[in-house]
Design a protein around this ligand. Structure first.
Ligand SMILES: [Zn+2]
Length: 216
């Protein structure tokens, strides 16, 4: 049986490594070598949904987690995944989107119009003032908002986009999941209507017409 001295030495060494992980590059990965992309919705509890500890201190850092409206592909999602998968030792990407998503609840064209009504020229915006080189083409603002027609379809396409992106290494495992807000249950994305029963998964269910297409 080891002495307490030895255990404490190991514990303090482990802690030092944990605290300075980012100095070790790919040799200082998070606990599960995992990057999570998820919707920002307050009804999507990442820890509960995935059975991991992302944002509670008890886990000590299971994953890097990126949340945005929808849990969709954006340039910043790609940027973050690129960093963690290439330089911080991450080997797996898990994408979580959810039923009842706010990104189903309105048409992006109407949202754009709301800004235009306020006198904002959505064709000439400096989206990121720290990176004025990054520009949207004229007419792309509504598409940029990224509202969805169908969350299951979006989730499947999001997985494919990360799998096929040149900045994400080929050996990174990518999977996508749907959190059912109504049932507090995780399931794979599907087009089987029976499996989607009793949940709101499409913009149509919100009375919203077809979105400006994000995937051409
Ligand atoms: Zn959402």
């Amino acid at each position: 049986m080891g002495t307490l001295k030895k255990k404490l030495e190991a514990r303090t060494t482990d802690f030092d490594h944990w605290a300075s992980r980012r100095r070790y590059g790919a040799d200082g990965p998070n606990n599960l070598r995992l990057w999570v992309l998820a919707c920002m919705d307050e009804r999507l509890p990442i820890d509960e949904a995935l059975g991991i500890h992302v944002d509670t201190p008890v886990g000590g850092g299971d994953a890097h987690c990126f949340r945005n409206a929808g849990g969709i592909v954006t340039d910043d999602a790609i940027r973050s995944a690129m960093l963690t998968c290439n330089f911080f030792g991450t080997k797996e990407i898990v994408i979580v989107q959810h039923t009842q998503c706010g990104m189903l609840s309105a048409n992006a064209a109407d949202l754009e119009q709301a800004f235009r009504d306020k006198g904002i020229d959505t064709d000439n915006l400096n989206l990121d003032p720290t990176l004025p080189e990054q520009k949207l083409e004229k007419g792309a603002f509504a598409k940029w908002i990224g509202m969805m027609d169908d969350v299951d379809e979006t989730c499947i396409k999001t997985v494919d986009t990360f799998k096929n992106h040149p900045l994400i290494p080929d050996d990174v495992i990518v999977s996508g999941w749907i959190w059912e807000v109504e049932t507090r249950r995780l399931r794979p994305p599907t087009q089987d209507q029976e499996k989607r029963a009793r949940t709101d998964t499409t913009a149509k269910q919100f009375g919203v017409s077809k979105q400006p297409p994000r995937w051409a």
